[in-house]
Ligand binder design. Structure first.
Ligand SMILES: Cc1cc2nc3c(=O)[nH]c(=O)nc-3n(C[C@H](O)[C@H](O)[C@H](O)COP(=O)(O)OP(=O)(O)OC[C@H]3O[C@@H](n4cnc5c(N)ncnc54)[C@H](O)[C@@H]3O)c2cc1C
Length: 387
């Protein structure tokens, strides 16, 4: 494994960092203070992201993306992750990889417009009664006269208010297994405005201001069979094949934000004077910096090793779970310590630290909670021993 960056990777990091600093940072205060990402601003920044080649760079070259390998893609995510989430997610769109699983007709209708920045997607799995235990979902799809009729409720669905279509996962049947009945899941495309689907505003969230979540209700929503993504009853197989690396994306964006927080902490520790000297000269402060940098590096190595293994085809769920767990917990620690080093100023929104601290909270919950990541890791350790 080569730990150095190639010329191409260096260029991508520099280009993305420059975009984030010059185009996104100047709008952070507005989004944080109003809690809203204005549509005109989002559209303007999206056009800039498209012009600079950063939009949909996660996609393969064959479909119009940048064709980045996983390590390079994670370097790009890490840079984007420095900024306010609503700004980098909505303006530098990364269409869901799951769109690559569509038929040619589905790619024409959904994937290519997303890559061109004309449409955007959202992914609806979670329900009020089914979070970590997704198989416990209650929303159903029942086949009727060749169509599928959907009923049920999804919640916490990010970006659904702005998205043009929903990638929906619902229970389409049940099967008997040695461990009892198990729900079969099917994935569907549902266009915004489709009869029977209502999207309404979700909850106010402490993390990621300006990045909305929504509640989606289905009431006898009738979908044709060609709205199915992948095969009937194989929704989780499609999700597992195409969404595996999303946990690494979460990890990488956390690395970027932690690096930003650490940068502020180092600068402040070197400049702030108390008791007649720089506070960084007090071991109580300097050791914090040492621990923050060490934790950050550990998370960085875990994330990029998993990305490298992804490219070799040897990555395991355990590798990705470890990266997500470490990076998200590291960010919470680094953000908290960065505030501590700043004293009262750390809590003021003149600096991005209180925002990074708030934003860190959701990272340990979405894309699988820390407990679920520990469950994945511990199962991999114990299963070979029959436990
Ligand atoms: C802001 C936000 C945006 C989101 N966006 C989306 C989205 O776009 N699409 C989507 O489908 N979902 C989305 N989610 C849902 C997210 O993935 C879930 O919140 C997450 O999976 C946890 O589910 P839950 O909140 O229902 O918690 P629960 O699953 O109810 O968990 C509650 C607690 O129990 C623990 N727990 C549960 N099971 C176990 C276990 N087996 N072992 C140990 N501990 C356990 C959990 O770790 C947690 O601490 C979003 C969530 C948030 C907060």
């Amino acid at each position: 494994m080569d730990f150095g960056l190639s010329e191409e990777q260096r260029l991508i990091v520099e280009t993305t960092r420059a975009f984030v600093e010059n185009e996104l940072y100047p709008h952070e205060a507005e989004v944080e203070r109003t809690g809203v990402l204005r549509k005109e601003l989002a559209d303007e920044l999206k056009q800039k992201a498209i012009a600079s080649g950063l939009y949909a760079a996660n996609m393969p070259e064959s479909v119009g993306g940048a064709g980045l390998d996983t390590v390079t893609w994670l370097l790009y995510e890490k840079e984007l992750g420095r900024a306010n989430y609503a700004l980098h997610w909505s303006c530098v769109g990364r269409p869901s990889n799951i769109l690559l699983a569509g038929t040619d007709a589905q790619k024409e209708k959904y994937l290519y417009p997303c890559i061109r920045g004309e449409k955007s997607d959202c992914l609806a799995m979670t329900e009020p009664g089914a979070g970590s235990d997704l198989r416990g979902m209650k929303a159903t799809a029942v086949e009727k006269g060749g169509d599928w009729v959907i009923n049920g409720t999804k919640h916490f669905i990010s970006h659904a208010l702005e998205a043009d279509f929903v990638i929906l996962f619902v229970a389409s049947g049940e099967e008997d297994t040695p461990r009892g009945k198990k729900k079969k899941i099917t994935a569907f495309f549902v266009d915004k405005g489709h009869p029977g689907m209502t999207i309404r505003e979700g909850y106010r969230n402490v993390s990621h201001r300006g990045y909305t979540n929504a509640i989606i209700e289905f009431d006898d929503c009738r979908l044709p069979a060609d709205a199915i993504l992948g095969e009937v009853h194989k929704g989780f197989e499609v999700a597992n094949t195409w969404l595996g690396a999303t946990r690494l994306q979460v990890a990488a964006t956390c690395l970027g934000r932690a690096e930003r927080a650490l940068g502020h902490a180092i600068e402040y520790a070197a400049q702030r004077q108390q008791f007649g000297q720089q506070i960084g000269k007090f071991q109580g402060v300097s050791f914090k910096l040492a621990d923050m940098a060490t934790e950050l590096k550990a998370a960085d190595l875990l994330t990029f090793e998993a990305g490298w293994k992804f490219d070799q085809g040897t990555v395991t769920d355990q590798d990705m779970a470890m990266a997500k767990l470490k990076a998200t917990e590291m960010l919470a620690f680094v953000a908290d310590e960065a505030i501590q080093i700043h004293g009262g100023m750390g809590l003021m929104d003149d600096l991005p630290l209180e925002r990074i601290w708030r934003d860190a909270r959701v990272e340990r919950i979405w894309e699988g909670t820390s407990e679920i990541q520990r469950h994945i890791i511990s199962r991999a350790l114990l299963r070979p021993h029959g436990a």
